[in-house]
Each structure stands twice: as structure tokens, then as C-alpha cells.
Design a protein. Structure first.
Length: 110
């Protein structure tokens, strides 16, 4: 399996956990919106910022569905996810290691 495929699988698995967390903690959506707002304040970011802003303006049920979709657009968005930067961490460091093992790669401890 190519490294890019492993990375995509990891990001999909992470966003499945995010989708579940959104069901329990809707404030996580507000945290992601705050991350995107900070990105929007920085003129150096690409079009993915507007795409995330548009998605996060939707109800949580749509966000949950879209972040876990298997499509080129969803895969592209997961590459630059605000959920990786929210103050409320959806997964612990231990869970990250387990996810990497599940997708076939454990990152180095650098």
C-alpha cells in the first residue's frame, strides 16, 4: 500500500471518530468553525478554507456525513481538517498510534 493511501485511510478513520464525537459534543463544531475563522484571517491560505467554512455552516448531521464520505472532494478536505486543531482533542496520542497501526504504519517518534 502506498503511503498516500495509508494517510488517506488514517484521516478517514480519524474523521469517523470526529463524526461520532460531534454527536456527543456539538461544541466541537464551533471549535472547528473558530479554527477556520482564524484561517480566513490569514490571507495566505488556499481555497480549502472557504470549502471548510461552507461545510461547517451546515447542520452537524451534514458535516458528519460529509467528513466521512468516500469521495475525492471529502478526501481533499480531510487533508486540511480544522478538526485536527480544535482545543477538544477527539483522539488521544495512544489512539493515534493505534489508528496508524490499523492502517499499516506507525509514525516515527520524532
Amino acid at each position: 500500500m502506498l503511503q498516500e493511501q495509508r494517510n488517506d485511510r488514517f484521516k478517514l478513520a480519524h474523521h469517523r471518530l470526529v463524526a461520532r464525537a460531534l454527536s456527543r459534543n456539538p461544541a466541537l463544531l464551533d471549535e472547528a468553525r473558530a479554527v477556520v475563522a482564524a484561517w480566513q484571517a490569514d490571507a495566505g491560505h488556499a481555497g480549502y478554507v472557504d470549502d471548510w467554512a461552507a461545510l461547517l455552516a451546515q447542520p452537524a448531521s451534514i458535516v458528519r456525513r460529509e467528513i466521512t464520505r468516500r469521495s475525492p472532494e471529502a478526501t481533499r478536505l480531510r487533508l486540511s481538517s480544522p478538526f485536527a486543531l480544535t482545543p477538544t482533542k477527539v483522539i488521544s496520542g495512544e489512539q493515534i498510534v493505534r489508528l496508524w497501526k490499523t492502517v499499516g504504519r506507525v509514525p516515527s517518534a520524532r
